[in-house]
Design a protein around this ligand. Structure first.
Ligand SMILES: *Cc1c(COP(=O)(O)O)cnc(C)c1O
Length: 382
């Protein structure tokens, strides 16, 4: 059995002729940068996001950097963010001379806990960056309330959760990335909406902010060769836009396939002792960018299981093995070892199983049977 962590090539197989035609059309048109496919994708994604403005850019890291650049921050301003995330979220904070202040996560959802965010606020706090980790939206209702109370901007890192929704207590449902002041995403090939190369986008419901973001992405220029601010060069190329525009039409179906696969895993693993299955929160959808278990025996048990799975031909991944505040480049006195106990614990316990749109029941049966057979026995430490 050939089991993959992600299967972008298998997914392409179902829409091959449509994609091939669209790519060739761009190649033959010569409009490689800012061609019609970019405008069309921008418009269709905006419609998908219930009318939020969309500014396509080069990748998800640029999207985060540009979002922060648009907020008129001063060096030394503080940004509250999780430490249990992909490095890009924090990297851009540091690059802009801002200070990351970490809030611990909830051990059931892996997302920042609103109570921890509140505790992390100081007079220097300006922004909160919730990361919708593994495909589930952070608890945006309390986060937006905290932000309003303290006049903070909210930038949602939606790289792993495009297409997910969040439902407020009054019944309103919003798309991930359109709830805060700015949302960012990545079209890295393995993301839920993946290009065949790099890509990203920035969202905002605030028209002035959207205009500013567009200007920053274009060298700080609105009128060619006139520069009103210092910007960057961050564009989505026409070929990637053409591919993404086709895949966008299938995004809901792709996310549903991931949810079906997650349900099958849940069912197959429901009686296994010593692991915690992903939590499906009721106030939103989970689009399962990753299907992430907690292996309650901790790092040695988790790592042994990962190795046994690998020996049986089953890939699995640890997202993420080290918190950002403990990484060589990011260590500070303010956040030492033990300062974010849940985040640190998660790095010892998480294991993500293969998850993609092409995963079938037979593959999942083999994965879960092997997991049950190979899970070492241990005493629960936490
Ligand atoms: C993938 C990812 C990014 C960065 O996206 P790139 O397109 O690779 O730059 C940022 N944040 C999170 C949470 C991600 O998963």
């Amino acid at each position: 059995m050939n089991i993959r962590m992600v299967d972008t090539v298998g997914q392409y197989g179902h829409i091959q002729s449509e994609i091939d035609t669209a790519v060739l059309e761009v190649v033959r048109s010569g409009a490689y940068i800012n061609g019609p496919s970019v405008k069309q994708f921008k418009q269709n994604l905006s419609e998908y996001l219930d009318g939020a403005a969309v500014i396509p850019c080069a990748n998800g890291t640029d999207a985060l950097q540009v979002a922060l650049m648009a907020l008129d921050l001063e060096p030394g301003d503080e940004v509250i963010t999780p430490s249990f995330t992909f490095v890009a979220t924090v990297e851009v904070i540091e690059l802009l001379g801002l200070i990351p202040v970490y809030a611990d996560v909830d051990p059931e959802t892996f997302n920042m806990s609103p109570a921890a965010i509140e505790e992390a606020i100081t007079p220097k706090t300006k922004v909160i960056i919730p990361v919708h980790l593994f495909g589930q939206v952070a608890d945006m209702e309390p986060i937006m309330e905290i932000a309003a109370q303290h006049k903070l901007a909210v930038v949602e890192d939606t790289a792993q959760a495009i297409g997910a929704t969040y439902t407020f207590s009054d019944g309103r449902t919003m798309m991930a990335g359109t709830i805060g002041d700015i949302g960012t995403t990545s079209f890295y090939p393995s993301k839920n909406l993946g290009a065949f190369g790099d890509g990203g986008a920035i969202f905002s419901r605030n028209e002035q902010l959207a205009e500013k973001i567009q200007t920053i992405c274009n060298h700080g220029s609105r009128v060619k060769y006139y520069h009103e601010s210092i910007g960057v060069n961050s564009r989505l190329d026409s070929i990637q836009a053409a591919i993404l525009d086709i895949k966008l039409k299938h995004l809901n179906e792709y996310n549903a396939a991931r949810q079906e696969a997650a349900k099958r895993y849940d069912e197959m693993l429901k009686d296994v002792q010593g692991i915690q299955l992903p939590k499906w929160k009721e106030n939103g959808s989970h689009v399962f960018h990753q299907y992430t278990l907690r292996i309650l025996g901790g790092r040695s048990v988790r790592d042994a299981l990962k190795q046994s799975l690998a020996d049986a031909g089953i890939p699995s991944m640890v997202y993420y093995p080290v918190c950002i505040h403990l990484q060589g480049a990011y260590q500070t006195d303010r956040f030492g070892n033990g300062s974010l106990p849940i985040s640190e614990q998660m790095t010892e316990e998480v294991l993500s199983l293969p998850m993609h749109t092409e995963l079938d029941e037979a593959q999942q049966r083999f994965i879960t049977d092997t997991l049950k057979e190979q899970l070492p026995t241990f005493e629960i430490t936490h």
